[in-house]
Design a protein around this ligand. Structure first.
Ligand SMILES: Nc1ncnc2c1ncn2[C@@H]1O[C@H](COP(=O)(O)OP(=O)(O)OP(=O)(O)O)[C@@H](O)[C@H]1O
Ligand code: SF4
Ligand SMILES: [Mg+2]
Length: 381
């Protein structure tokens, strides 16, 4: 592709298609292989973490070329904490979470490389560390919807409209407990509905999804996510589709539940207000990479990366006439053709000579506060 155009010649299109086919074939074979568990068991680098994402690359092989949606992402989720993942639309938040759940749609979408280590607790109390990225897809039931569960933005698309809430909730018990009976499954479902603050659980149990309000459906989804006693809940924009009062109730509920289930939450949002209220740690993503991460207080009171500083400045306020959160001028580079230098350079008002060089390394500036920006690396620190 010429540098200044998005136009591809017929020859280039054929070359891309050929290369895509070759790479996808080998990644699909790896995903569909049968493997002994020992092939994907590993060790946590820190036993206090529930999840360690290490240099994850998740790509989409398109006719235009390879979209590096997640391009070397690393961060940890410690036990009993909420980690907020923030960044503007398209920066790779959902692709990161879908990679952890192994829900990336093949053949075009593939985890290309990296590790996703998960500290699992088996029913017999034994601890095991699974590298989710290396697990054959046939073995993923060991963790998905079981040790890790997910809450999506729009509950209506995740609930089946032709079954009652009770039937769908009971199903979770039947999947996870081979000894479950009709009665025990119903008792557990009612208990879960009560746990998420539903006052008339019998009525909701017998209702169809369309008979409930948006906030109620999201409560049901949360109860479903909890039914398997997960160690990690991934919530991808769980309140975006709800109005403000209901949003606050759902966030309160999630905060409460973290303590009740003794687990961790990965909370994806583009709303810095939600992050400030909910998260212990924050991960800031930009164009498929983590550009800053650290404890919530540090990120809010001492943001380091010019992008994080820009995000905070672009927060809507009562006197601003903008209602968009992300209004930093300029564009993200073309995802098919990422440069070797800092991806934020074209939008950065602080760039120096060094910024034309290699992509900046991640450096730890204060304990646990990391940033990838030349202003804080080497001699410039
Ligand atoms: N099926 C696909 N094919 C090609 N590219 C894709 C596909 N799915 C996602 N992408 C690309 O991956 C990148 C990351 O997308 P992702 O959905 O993770 O963004 P996000 O941070 O969750 O954004 P939002 O805040 O809008 O939900 C985007 O550039 C997107 O265009
Ligand atoms: S590395 Fe340079 S261009 Fe990139 S954010 Fe830092 S100062 Fe700006
Ligand atoms: Mg998303």
């Amino acid at each position: 592709m010429s540098k200044n155009s998005n136009h591809l010649s017929g020859k280039e299109v054929r070359a891309i298609a050929k290369e895509n086919k070759r790479v996808i074939k080998s990644l699909e074979a790896y995903k569909n292989r049968k493997a002994d568990e020992s092939e994907y068991l590993g060790h946590m680098s820190d036993q206090n973490n529930i999840l360690e994402i290490d240099n994850l690359h998740t790509y989409f092989f398109t006719e235009q070329g390879v979209v590096k949606a997640v391009n070397g992402v690393s961060f940890n989720i410690p036990k009993n904490t909420t980690v907020g993942v923030v960044g503007e639309s398209g920066c790779g938040k959902s692709v990161t979470s879908m990679s952890v759940m192994r829900l990336i749609q093949g053949p075009a979408g593939q985890i290309y490389s990296g590790s996703i280590r998960f500290n699992a607790k088996e029913k017999n109390g034994e601890s095991k560390v699974y590298d989710i990225a290396k697990m054959p897809i046939r073995d993923i039931h060991k963790i998905r919807g079981n040790q890790i569960s997910m809450i999506f933005q729009e509950p209506m698309t995740s609930l089946n409209p032709v079954f009652t809430i009770g039937q769908q909730l009971d199903e979770v018990s039947f999947i996870h407990d081979p000894n479950a009976t009709k009665e025990s499954a119903k008792a557990k479902s009612i208990e879960m509905l009560e746990l998420v603050g539903i006052a008339m659980p019998e009525r909701v149990y017998n209702a169809f999804p369309h008979e409930l309000s948006g906030g109620m459906r999201q409560r049901v989804m949360i109860s479903m996510a909890l039914a398997s006693n997960p160690r990690l809940i991934i919530a991808d924009e769980p309140t975006t589709a709800l109005d403000v009062t209901i949003q606050a109730q759902i966030l309160d509920l999630l905060r409460d539940l973290k303590t009740k289930i003794d687990g961790s939450i990965m909370l994806i949002t583009h709303d810095l207000g939600v992050i400030a209220e909910m998260a212990d740690y924050v991960v800031v993503m930009y164009a498929g990479r983590v550009i800053e991460r650290g404890p919530v207080k540090e990120i809010f009171h001492n943001p380091l990366h010019p992008y994080t500083i820009g995000l905070q400045k672009s927060k809507p306020t009562l006197d601003s006439d903008s209602d968009t959160l992300f209004n930093i001028p300029g564009n993200v580079p073309n995802p098919v053709n990422m440069p070797n230098y800092c991806y934020f350079r074209e939008r950065c008002s602080q760039c120096t000579k060094k910024c034309s060089g290699d992509y900046p390394d991640m450096v730890e500036v204060t304990p646990n506060h990391f940033v990838a920006c030349h202003l804080y690396g080497g001699e410039d620190k």
